[in-house]
Design a binder for this molecule. Structure first.
Ligand SMILES: NC(=O)c1ccc[n+]([C@@H]2O[C@H](COP(=O)([O-])OP(=O)(O)OC[C@H]3O[C@@H](n4cnc5c(N)ncnc54)[C@H](OP(=O)(O)O)[C@@H]3O)[C@@H](O)[C@H]2O)c1
Length: 325
């Protein structure tokens, strides 16, 4: 298959491109090439690279045509954030019936209700990002189910892996949270620490995209959660990280209004965004329809990030021992 990947050189693409090339697909990668490859791999020498700024092309109304002209069998769109952008691409791909696979987010769901959340749960997104992604999903699935362009939508959880700072047990990305736990220091968590996070390793996200590329008949018109098997609570996560570094966990719990004053405004906002969602997603549909089978639990995926962060001098902590969480 001839596969175009839009936004190919980042975190997901770093794992997806080797999988697609390894599966024998002819791969065309699109990015601005403004940043180095997120992940070096021999497969970068086996793809056709196109340099393009999607934002500029979208504004000029030329992006969809540019992608359509590549005459792909499948297009994987990793960087679509606005309904107009999705619409432009769909209109350009429709004449050829090109199979489109869109990268969404579990934030299309808003706060969890019945958990694990399934794909057919009513959407209640909040925040600009989640609302825009939900609007894109709605447009794409209606297009596909209405007999238009075949489209599948994948919704990753909090992506982690080497090179990436995981959402931490306080629900933000302050590295000091991991450092406190690794040093056996006290850490305050909001509320009872029972809100949830749902991570996924970037390579498992790539696995799901690669499976979806190969299953257009089963996947078109459908959306799928792409997370680890199980979500984790903030408290359980904090305890597991302390344990990973051979330390007891010294946790204290503070009501949100008090806790938020203990961190920066940016950290508080990010934590609120995560705990207000408290995601816990079902991956049963992706397992059943795509054959998705994540290789990492949440804690294994997070450990992979922490090993990299320590080895690269980003995290002031001892190297985690192998496979202890
Ligand atoms: N991060 C998470 O935890 C998370 C969770 C759920 C869903 N998602 C979804 O994952 C997707 C992002 O994937 P990722 O994590 O692989 O992203 P990433 O690591 O930030 O990589 C972004 C890619 O897009 C390219 N790019 C950025 N702006 C561009 C532009 N204007 N024109 C052309 N190329 C551009 C980048 O290369 P250049 O900069 O060189 O152009 C790079 O190849 C999004 O759809 C997001 O909603 C992420």
């Amino acid at each position: 298959m001839r596969v175009v990947v839009i936004g190919a050189t980042g975190h997901i693409g770093g794992y997806l491109i080797p999988r697609l090339v390894g599966a024998g697909h002819d791969v065309i990668t699109l990015s601005r090439h403004a940043r180095p490859y997120y992940r070096e791999h021999a497969s970068w020498t086996q793809v056709i690279k196109v340099t393009v700024d999607r934002d500029a092309d979208d504004a000029a109304g030329t992006f969809g045509r540019r992608v359509a002209d590549l005459e792909a069998d499948a297009v994987v769109d990793l960087i679509c954030f606005e309904p107009d952008s999705a619409r432009q691409l769909v209109e350009a791909l429709r004449p050829n019936g090109t199979y489109l696979i869109h990268c969404g987010t579990i934030w299309v769901h808003g706060p969890s209700t019945v958990v694990p959340t399934t794909e057919d749960a009513p959407r209640r997104p909040f925040g600009q990002y989640g609302k825009a992604k939900a609007a894109i999903e709605d447009f794409l699935l209606k297009e596909s189910r209405g007999g238009g362009l075949p489209v599948a939508v994948l919704h990753p959880g909090h992506i982690v892996g080497p090179g990436w700072v995981p959402v931490n047990p306080a629900g933000n990305i302050e590295l000091s949270v991991f450092e406190r736990l690794a040093a056996g220091q006290e850490l305050a968590l909001p509320n009872l620490g029972m809100e949830t996070l749902h991570h996924v390793h970037a390579d498992d996200v790539a696995q799901a995209f690669a499976l979806t590329v190969d299953r257009p008949e089963a996947a078109a018109g459908e959306s799928f959660h792409v997370t680890s098997e199980r979500a984790i609570t903030l408290r359980g996560y904090a305890e597991a990280i302390a344990d990973l570094f051979g330390q007891p966990s010294r946790l204290s719990m503070l009501a949100w209004d008090r806790w938020r004053d203990t961190v920066t405004e940016a950290a508080a906002q990010l934590t609120w965004d995560h705990i207000a969602h408290s995601p816990s997603m079902s991956i049963d549909k992706a397992r059943r329809v795509l054959g998705y089978n994540p290789n990492y639990t949440s804690l294994e995926a997070i450990r992979d990030s922490l090993v990299w962060l320590v080895a690269n001098g980003r995290l002031n902590a001892p190297a985690p021992p192998p496979q202890s969480v």
